[in-house]
Design a protein around this ligand. Structure first.
Ligand code: AMP
Ligand code: MN
Ligand code: MN
Length: 330
């Protein structure tokens, strides 16, 4: 796909990403916004996105983000980044009515919702896809910083298995533009406020292990969120911390989003494909990081998730027994 060719005659271009935007989503939207503004100065380029966390305020274009989703508006080209159209929230109406819809994403659960689709599940972040698609001559420090932020957030600072030699080569090129990357990593990825740390502590303390310690779950209810005065953005990272526990193959973190409704986040290792589990319940994601929204009591939700996780363990155990058995015969 050649982004500039696709936008050649466009006068109005819109860009959006998923609800509850993470670093990859914010980085990709603002990187594409900067790139299009630079290369197509006569076009109007707008970003519609739920208000991102304050930690992303240094990214160029942050102040330009429109989180009010005003009345319907027609765009010549509309980009859905880091998700399919069903997760665009208030921006879905712009995407659906656009003359040309373009979907750029790396979620394995996304079948493509645009007239043009660039979906690469093997690539670690949508920002890495943006890097691949742009003319590198146009890179500058601000554009490089926006792309880099998405790469670090979705690869866990180049730790997760979605980091490839190419990812690191691209990151090396990006930091050559001279932005303060150690501070960016520290302030947007690792640093937590006191309250965020307290609620994480609470979630860890009250977590429950099951399936012989191979799974762990923790839940934060609305009352607790109100007590600590936190919102969903303050709960980032809890599920990763649960996944870090020795012996855990699958971690589940849930928080209450409404009456008998929970946002579910799952993380796993190579033993469980959480994207399959989340997709079954109407969500999606990647093999090792996925999410969905579920209805019911906390116990109903955990029981339903467990059935699917246990099913995957059982299949693997059977495969292992068969392999061991055939080994003996040899
Ligand atoms: P989370 O647990 O919300 O941090 O999400 C983990 C991964 O799954 C991210 O890449 C999300 O974009 C993706 N994801 C979360 N919820 C959904 C959903 N309902 N549908 C599709 N993908 C999702
Ligand atoms: Mn994302
Ligand atoms: Mn992503």
């Amino acid at each position: 796909m050649n982004i500039l060719q696709e936008c050649e005659t466009a006068k109005r271009i819109g860009i959006s990403g998923h609800v509850r935007p993470d670093g990859d989503c914010v980085g990709a939207c603002l990187a594409l916004w900067q790139y299009l503004r630079k290369c197509l100065p006569d076009a109007e380029v707008k970003v519609f996105l739920e208000k991102p966390a304050d930690i992303f305020r240094e990214l160029a274009g942050y102040e330009e983000i429109d989180s009010t989703f005003p009345e319907e508006d027609v765009f010549d080209v509309y980009f859905a980044l880091d998700c399919a159209s069903d997760r665009l929230g208030g921006a879905e109406k712009y995407f659906q009515t656009a003359r040309k819809k373009i979907n750029i994403d790396h979620h394995i659960s996304n079948n493509g919702c645009g007239d043009l689709n660039h979906i690469k599940p093997m690539v670690g972040s949508t920002c890495e896809l943006i890097y691949d698609l742009i003319d590198k001559e146009q890179l500058d420090s601000k554009l490089a910083m926006a792309i880099y932020i998405g790469m670090i957030h979705d690869t866990g600072v180049f730790q997760y298995s979605n980091t490839t030699p190419e990812t690191l080569q691209k990151a090396a090129h990006l930091i050559s533009f001279g932005f303060d990357f150690p501070r960016l990593i520290e302030e947007t990825f690792y640093q937590k406020t006191y309250i965020q740390t307290q609620i994480m502590g609470r979630a860890l303390l009250e977590s429950i292990r099951f399936m012989d310690g191979r799974c762990i779950v923790s839940v934060i209810d609305r009352k607790t969120m109100d007590f600590y005065q936190v919102d969903s953005k303050d709960l980032d990272g809890i599920v990763n911390q649960l996944r870090n526990i020795k012996g855990v193959d699958c971690a589940i973190f849930m928080y209450e989003t409404g009456v008998l409704e929970y946002k579910v986040s799952m993380r796993s290792n190579e033993k469980i494909d959480v994207s399959k589990v989340a997709s079954y319940f109407g969500g999606g994601g990647h093999m090792r990081a996925a999410g969905c929204t579920m209805k019911g009591t906390f116990h109903d939700c955990v029981n339903n998730l467990s059935l699917h996780i246990e099913g995957q363990f059982a299949t693997q155990d059977t495969v292992q027994i068969v392999q061991e058995g055939s080994g003996k015969e040899c």
